[in-house]
Ligand binder design. Structure first.
Ligand SMILES: [Zn+2]
Length: 108
């Protein structure tokens, strides 16, 4: 299973950068070719900021996944993770990174 390559971006329906507009209560997440990947909708009780925050988080997902994978990989090669068993990590933060990666890969 492999996700659409990043970078992804969050846009309003008018294709303006999301941080510069709050009147539109939908936010779309597109890949680098402009293909629509996801749409976040306003929900009851949302002041409009949550839908933007949700779409921004989704758009950042490929970057976050890559950063987490690289961080763990580097620690496994030349950090404290190199000194523990392959299924263990050097600290709670790296356990959390591994868990987030597994969630993104559908392993949890
Ligand atoms: Zn580590």
């Amino acid at each position: 299973m492999s996700h659409t390559p990043g970078p992804w971006q969050c846009l309003s329906r008018a294709r303006r950068p999301a941080r510069h507009s709050s009147e539109d209560l939908l936010r779309d997440v597109h890949d680098s070719t402009g293909e629509l990947l996801a749409t976040c909708y306003y929900t009851m009780g949302d002041d409009g900021n949550r839908v933007i925050a949700n779409a921004l988080l989704i758009a950042a997902a490929p970057d976050l996944l890559e950063a987490a994978t690289q961080t763990l990989g580097l620690c496994r090669i030349r950090g404290e993770c190199a000194d523990v068993q392959p299924d263990e990590y050097c600290c709670g933060e790296h356990v959390a990174l591994a868990s987030a990666i597994e969630k993104a890969e559908g392993k949890l």
